[in-house]
Design a protein around this ligand. Structure first.
Ligand code: AMP
Length: 204
């Protein structure tokens, strides 16, 4: 990435973190509206490739439809390509939604941060129990048309989350970046708690 043009010190970059169905997309929209951040949803990026029937999309589809993570290297390539193409839109910062999903992806992103001086400033962790998540995802599945919003694939996605993604909580806690947010309750109450955490960290 030719990040020389990034206004590093004015940027505030957020990772929105949580299991499938934890409300990452909903809360991202509200955060973007308030802070003008550039939204990067890894799931949407992949679905876009699938919709355009690209070669990467065809590979990604074979993992997504089974509820499995696509390989780190492929995910990082797609993400960097997207950031490169949108460099001019990333003035105030980024909200990363659905990325990183493995410790390896976080390490890769952080090493890129060193090279390009773009770093994560806060990780908003939306926490909710599995029964609530399953209920929400099944409800979403009625309208979403997503191939992965059915009970069998939802269960696999939750297992993948606990095995491969949840360890990131520890990774970000150790770096003093993790903000624990109760993801159950009204959208507005959850958002109010997120704003408190963001403001605390923006003003640090
Ligand atoms: P999402 O829309 O965030 O729920 O993502 C949908 C699916 O896309 C996931 O179940 C994975 O198969 C794939 N995916 C999204 N983000 C990532 C990522 N960071 N790493 C690997 N696979 C991903």
């Amino acid at each position: 990435m030719t990040a020389a043009t990034f206004q590093v010190y004015n940027m505030f970059n957020i990772v929105i973190f949580g299991a499938p169905g934890s409300g990452k997309g909903t809360q991202s929209d509200k955060i973007i509206e308030r802070y003008g951040l550039f939204h990067v949803s890894s799931g949407e990026l992949l679905r876009d490739h699938i919709a355009h029937d690209t070669q990467l999309g065809r590979i990604a589809d074979s993992y997504i439809s089974q509820g499995l993570l696509i390989p780190d290297e492929l995910m990082i390539r797609i993400l960097l390509d997207h950031l490169d193409k949108n460099e001019d839109k990333i003035q105030k910062g980024l909200i990363l939604d659905g990325f990183p999903r493995t410790v390896n992806q976080a390490v890769e992103f952080d090493s890129m941060a060193d090279d390009h001086e773009i770093r994560v400033n806060a990780v908003i962790g939306l926490e909710a129990n599995d029964q609530e998540l399953i209920k929400r995802l099944l409800k979403r599945g009625i309208d979403s048309g997503r191939t992965d919003d059915n009970l069998e694939v939802i269960n696999r996605r939750l297992k993948v989350y606990h095995d491969q993604t949840a360890p990131l909580r520890e990774y970000y806690l150790e770096r003093d970046l993790y903000c624990s947010i109760n993801g159950e309750g009204s959208v507005d109450d959850i958002f109010a708690n997120i704003v408190k955490e963001i403001e605390l960290r923006m003003n640090k």
